[in-house]
Write a protein that binds this ligand. Structure first.
Ligand code: ZN
Ligand code: ZN
Length: 134
């Protein structure tokens, strides 16, 4: 928990118990989770937390740059604590979302296009994952 407190301090976020719990649940899982999945994890030890609280905590963490929201599916948001630039892949068979690192990807280093200053981006790729291909 100590190093989470440091991360919060660096980003100038007040470390309330609920914020710490949400961030920790997401980081420990090290995956892309929906709000409901995060809520389900936290509720085990914090039965009093509400889904609305998890939503608002995620909104704050996102605004402060501590979590990323992934909208690879039309009607669903996923969240993760990996905040460096990377793309995502959705497998149409198992419906899992994967991180994909494309080190040769030009987009990753592009900071200015036709005068537009790029601060963030996400590439969404769709297909069949390695496991489902077999
Ligand atoms: Zn798959
Ligand atoms: Zn990711």
């Amino acid at each position: 928990m100590n190093n989470i407190l440091t991360i919060f301090k660096e980003k100038d976020i007040r470390a309330t118990t609920q914020r710490l719990e949400v961030y920790k649940a997401l980081r420990d899982e090290n995956k892309h989770l929906t709000v409901e999945q995060i809520y389900g994890k936290i509720r085990v030890n914090n039965p009093s937390i509400s889904l609305a609280t998890v939503y608002s905590v995620l909104e704050i963490l996102k605004r402060k740059g501590l979590v990323k929201e992934i909208r690879i599916e039309f009607n669903k948001s996923f969240f993760e604590t990996r905040i460096d630039a990377h793309h995502h892949f959705l497998c149409k068979k198992c419906q899992k979302t994967f991180d994909i690192d494309m080190h040769h990807c030009r987009v990753l280093t592009e900071q200015n296009v036709n005068g537009f200053q790029i601060e963030d981006f996400q590439g969404y790729f769709y297909g069949v994952c390695n496991k489902c291909k077999k």
